[in-house]
Every structure is written in C-alpha cells, then in structure tokens.
Design a protein around this ligand. Structure first.
Ligand code: FAD
Length: 385
C-alpha cells in the first residue's frame, strides 16, 4: 500500500537526519523523515554534547571549522536556547610521546585557524588544579564547545516542521524499492513511500539499510557507557579527554559526566545493558587523573551505541551502486560536533549536485580499495567522544 510520496526520504531522526531535514526544508524540498522509534532516541539523545576541533582527522578539519561557524549562529537561527557554551577541551597526555603528538597537532591545526595550545604539567594544573601529577601535559583548545543534544534535536525538529517537513515516528524501514539500480521507494512496516532520493542516516543500523540495497557498509556497533554523578563544587572547567580512559565533563550545575572509551578488543553489539565492571573501570581510572572525584555518588548511567567505521571516519555521499541512495553514517563517536555542517552538505549534494566543501575522502568507495577491513584493527585506535 502506498501511503506517501516525498522528494527526499531520510531514514533516522538522530542529529544527522534532523540537521539534514531542517536544511532541506529550508531550501524548499519536500522531505519526509522515517524513524523507527522517536526523536533523538539513539545517539542523538545519549551523547554529552561535546563539540571538539581537537584531535580530528585532518580531512575533517575544513568541515569542523565550517561547523563551528554554524554552531555559533545556531541558537539564533533555530530561535532556541541550545545551552551552547565555550567550555574548551583539554586532552591530557599521559606520557611524553602523547605530548609530542599533541605539539604536532597544535601546529597542524593552527594552519586551519584553530587555536590549540600544548601545555606542560604545571600549565595544565594552573588551569585545572584538581588534575593530578599522573598527567604529563596536554593539548588545550579554548574555543571548543558544548551544547545540549536534546535541545539541538528539538530545535531542528521544530524548525523543520514549521518549514513543512513531515515525520513518521514509530515507523521502521524494512526495505528499499530499487529498479534498474535506481531508488524508487522506501518500504516501511506501515506502508510504502514513493521517492527517488534516500538519505541513510540510520546510525549503527545503517549497514542494515545498506543490505536492503545489496551493499555492505562496514560498520561496527559499540556500546558506550556514560555515568552522571551528583553535583559538586566546580573543579574542572574544560571537557577532559583522556586517551585509553575516557572523557569527563563537569556541567555548569556541578554534575560530572564520565564516559568510557572502548577497551582494546572491547565489547561490541547493540546491547543497552549497563555494565558494572565498565563503570568501575572507568571511574577508577578517572580518579587517578582527578582524585577529588573519589567520593562522588553516581546518580545514573546509560549506554548508547556508537557506529564505528573501520578507519574511524564517517561515510558520506552518493554511491555508484544505487542511484539516489546517499550515505551519512559511521560517525565513530564524533558525529554530533559536525551535525550542522553535515545537514548543509547533504542539502547541497541533493539540491545543487555538489558540496561546497571537500567530502571525497569520506566516500564509501574507500573501503572497496582497502577490501574488507580487519575489524580488530579498529579497536587498536584511541576513540574520543
Ligand atoms: C554515549 C555517546 C557519547 C557520544 N559523545 C559524543 C560527543 O561528545 N561528541 C560528538 O560529536 N559525538 C558524540 N557521540 C556520537 C554522536 O552522538 C553521533 O555521531 C551523532 O549524534 C549522529 O548520530 P546519527 O544521527 O548519525 O545516529 P543516531 O542518533 O543513532 O540516529 C539514527 C536513527 O536511525 C533510526 N533507525 C535505525 N534503523 C532504522 C530503520 N530501519 N527505520 C527507521 N529508523 C531507523 C534509529 O532509531 C535512530 O534514531 C556520542 C555517542 C554516544 C552514543
């Protein structure tokens, strides 16, 4: 049964899909979002809102610089408070080798106009006295941002609706209708949508959508557990990244968000079960860096599923196998930060046929050249949120 028609169908109402629907609706496109659950039900509502330029892959830097400009104007543009603040990021080094890498990153990123400073231990402790001698130094990016991801999702949703976009919640995409290698429809558990353009923004499930078009998108789903503590007096101004341990951020109200990194050879899959062992491992390691957090009570913990690609970089753009299918997935734990520019680029790709910033290095084709990646290799990387 045909229930709808749309020029563009977006699968997934996370930050990627929501940013895209807003931009497309603003450009006058007839666009419909299909979401199997509800607004921001997955990564879009489970991340702590970190917007970092620090430690990015070099191909991402032009996009990240453009995203920062969009972020600064976004509260005004969406006419809502996104709790955007310039908290800065501090990536702490646990040995001299890491600090050397950070010095090089600071030089590299300066060429893109990003202000980053390599600090020795005493400079780190001057900025954040609660940080212990366990830390060797760090890389500080004062202009990195934080936003409230729920408000961002709601802001995009409200504005897209106002501009005429349509949303189908509690509706699961179960198939793609493809004729002569061209998209001509989306099949859902509630009926069919006639369209010739589909954006696959299904997060960790994007590979399942890929299989509906007989393409294999190499994604690895990984649970990422977060902890939120009781509020305590502020001792930690910036968002902390700690290689191999995790991330930590003290919110304005004093509550501390603590997230883990995936341990080498760590847990994969879609389980949302919280793991006591992971929680204590992360907390124990963090206390080495910020001993003042030793007695903190944990108020809640939750898990979100990250969508890792084999090289930790996202997968973006049209594919040669199926005309009309566009990929926007594989964000590998850092897709919130680029959301505003991704929506813009997806819109440009559809409306103008090309993007205003280089995106070739994110093409799906790169995996064909490499062949099937060794999934274990992925765990050898340090992941940062
Ligand atoms: C715990 C955690 C911490 C993170 N921290 C950060 C951070 O600090 N900074 C940062 O930049 N990024 C961070 N990220 C990553 C970031 O949240 C995501 O990259 C970003 O939000 C983009 O997500 P998305 O919209 O692509 O996917 P999702 O938000 O996962 O959305 C995909 C949507 O597709 C829907 N869907 C899937 N299959 C179907 C189907 N068949 N039919 C219909 N709908 C379907 C799902 O229900 C889901 O709502 C974090 C992620 C997690 C989980």
């Amino acid at each position: 049964m045909t229930i709808q028609k749309a020029d563009v169908v977006i699968i997934g109402a996370g930050t990627t899909g929501l940013s895209a629907v807003y931009e497309l609706a603003k450009a006058g496109a007839d666009v419909l979002v299909v979401e199997k659950r509800f607004l921001a039900s997955e990564q879009g509502g489970r991340n702590p809102g970190g917007i970092r330029q620090i430690g990015r892959d070099k191909n991402e830097l032009p996009l990240m610089v453009a995203a920062m400009k969009r972020w600064h104007n976004l509260p005004k543009e969406l006419d809502c408070d996104l709790e955007l603040s310039e908290d800065g990021y501090l990536w702490v080094a646990l040995n001299e080798k890491e600090l050397e890498t950070m010095r090089n990153l600071a030089k590299r990123d300066a060429a893109y106009g990003i202000k980053e400073y390599a600090l020795d231990r005493s400079q780190v402790q001057e900025m954040a006295p609660a940080i212990s001698d366990f830390v060797f130094g760090g890389l500080y990016s004062p202009t990195d941002l934080i936003a409230n991801p729920f408000l961002v999702c709601k802001g995009y949703y409200d504005n897209a609706k106002r501009l005429g976009a349509r949303f189908l919640f509690n509706t699961e995409v179960t198939g793609l209708r493809i004729e002569n290698k061209r998209i001509c429809g989306v099949i859902t558990d509630k009926g069919e949508i006639v369209t010739n353009t589909v954006i696959n923004a299904a997060g960790p499930w994007a590979d399942r959508i890929g299989r509906m078009a007989e393409i294999e998108i190499p994604l690895i789903p990984c649970p990422n557990q977060f902890i939120l503590t009781e509020p305590v007096p502020t001792v930690l101004p910036p968002f902390l990244l700690i290689s191999g341990i995790g991330v930590c951020r003290q919110a304005a109200n004093g509550q501390v968000f603590i997230g883990n990194t995936n341990a080498p050879g760590g847990i994969g899959g879609f389980s949302k079960n919280t793991n006591y062992g992971e929680m204590t491992r992360t907390a124990t390691n963090l206390i080495k860096i910020v001993p003042k957090f030793r007695k903190l009570n944990i108020l809640r913990t939750w898990v979100g599923t990250l969508d890792f690609s084999p090289d930790d970089n996202f997968i973006f753009g049209r594919i040669s196998e199926v005309e009309g299918l566009i990929l926007a997935c594989g964000f590998s734990g850092h897709g919130f930060a680029v959301a505003p520019i991704l929506g813009q680029l997806l819109c440009e790709l559809i409306i103008q046929g090309k993007t205003s910033l280089p995106t070739e290095s994110f093409n799906f084709d790169r995996f064909k050249q490499q062949g099937a990646q060794d999934k274990e290799e992925h765990f050898a990387h340090q992941h940062m949120d």
